[in-house]
Design a protein around this ligand. Structure first.
Ligand code: BGC
Length: 395
């Protein structure tokens, strides 16, 4: 309900956009679409000559929120955040039509970032982001969710697209196979991801399969099984060449590079050499590549400006004190990393803090989790303002 109302409002905004000017009076029509089909060549960096698209869905979410803010420094910062390239999450079937709208607004200078996130039995080891499809609904995932995304992208061959495939799903199969919901969902996850990779293997698309983060698959015992899981699902999909590699730190909090690592002082640190995302990518990428799969990476820096906030590395929900991090860029200083990107739209909640609510997860009730927080994916104004206040670089 919330989402369908949001989509209707967004559609109205977007339809009006071409005849209007954006806030800095830069005419939108000057940012034209590509004149011919885009090819993202496997092995190249699709971000090196393109800007991650600052999509109007996130911009309109921010501007709606700013309408009730009176502090001019916050509204100015909010407008600046809206201009930062950020991925759009297609987290329900109802959101899929937004893909066509976003494709239509993406100029040739940009690459549109979309997150594919609606597997049956989604978020099997947590409760906050359980999805609309139940385990067993693989056919519906394929025909009602993936196929329409494929059709939208096929209808927009002149647009460059980066896709993050199903955050947390394969990592959950590596480390949480003993959790009954994950065991039950495993075959749908593998088949669903393989289907997505196969069908979305289009020339204008670069796909990155989610690989969790250094505090998850970076443990000595998890690196090789993690790499094997990803490369084996990629092979099941027919080794699609538009898979460029992996995404890491999606909606996460880890530093790109920090010495010593944030959790280097803990008693079990000796079992994890991937104390930051750089060390994680540098460790897992060769293992994935050995399995035949391309293994460049994109890393979410959207909310990782501040370290030392989490009581435990695994704490993932609305971490108190977090700030917007490094802006999207293809200048990463690491030849394995195509780009730092913003994936989690800052201001959207990770999960509700209301212990009586549907989808309440106890991680969102921990001492280091911001409260009150609404349901995952919905706007949390106070948290958004904190991300601005703690941003590095600042807004
Ligand atoms: C939520 C999604 C949301 C995404 C981005 C996830 O945690 O489950 O509904 O689209 O975050 O905010």
């Amino acid at each position: 309900m919330r989402y369908s109302m949001g989509i209707a409002a967004l559609a109205a905004v977007v339809v009006a956009a071409p005849t209007e000017t954006v806030q800095d009076s830069h005419p939108i029509k000057a940012r034209a679409a590509c004149a011919s089909a885009v090819t993202l060549t496997p092995g190249s960096n699709p971000f090196s000559s393109r800007t991650l698209h600052a999509n109007s869905a996130y911009a309109s979410e921010i501007s709606t929120a700013m309408a009730s803010v009176t502090d001019a420094s916050i509204t100015a910062a909010g407008a600046a955040v809206a201009k930062v390239g950020t991925f759009l999450w297609l987290d329900t079937i109802a959101r899929v039509p937004l893909a066509a709208t976003m494709l239509a607004e993406t100029p040739c200078t940009d690459i549109l970032g979309l997150v594919v996130y609606d597997l049956p039995g989604r978020d099997c080891n947590a409760k906050a982001s359980n999805g609309e499809l139940a385990t067993g609904q693989l056919a519906k995932y394929q025909s009602s969710y993936i196929d329409p995304i494929v059709a939208a992208i096929k209808a927009a061959p002149n647009v460059a697209v980066a896709l993050i495939i199903e955050p947390d799903s394969l990592p959950n199969l590596v480390t949480n196979a003993n959790v009954s919901a994950c065991a039950a969902a495993a075959s749908d996850y593998k088949a669903g991801v393989a289907y997505a990779l196969k069908q979305l293997n289009l020339p204008n698309v670069a796909m990155y399969i989610d690989a969790g983060h250094g505090g998850w698959l970076g443990w000595d015992a998890n690196l090789q099984p993690g790499a094997d899981m990803l490369s084996s699902v990629w092979k099941t999909a027919g080794s699609p060449k538009q898979v460029f590699g992996i995404s890491t730190n999606v909606a996460g909090w880890n530093a790109w590079s920090a010495s010593p690592g944030e959790f280097a002082g803990t008693s079990d640190a000796k079992y994890n050499k991937c104390q930051d995302e750089k060390r994680y990518v540098d460790a897992i990428s060769p293992l994935i590549k050995a399995g035949g799969m391309p293994a460049h990476a994109i890393v979410d820096t959207g909310r990782n400006a501040v370290q030392g906030l989490r009581a435990e590395w695994g704490d993932w929900c609305n971490v108190i004190g977090a700030g917007f991090g490094v802006r999207p860029t293809a200048t990463t200083g690491d030849s394995l990393v195509d780009a730092f990107v913003w994936v989690k739209p800052g201001g959207e909640s990770d999960g509700t803090s209301d212990s009586g609510a549907n989808r309440y997860d106890s991680f969102c009730g921990k001492a280091d989790a911001f409260k009150p927080a609404p349901q995952a994916g919905t706007w949390n104004e106070a948290y958004f303002e904190a991300l601005i206040k703690n941003a590095v670089p600042s807004f």
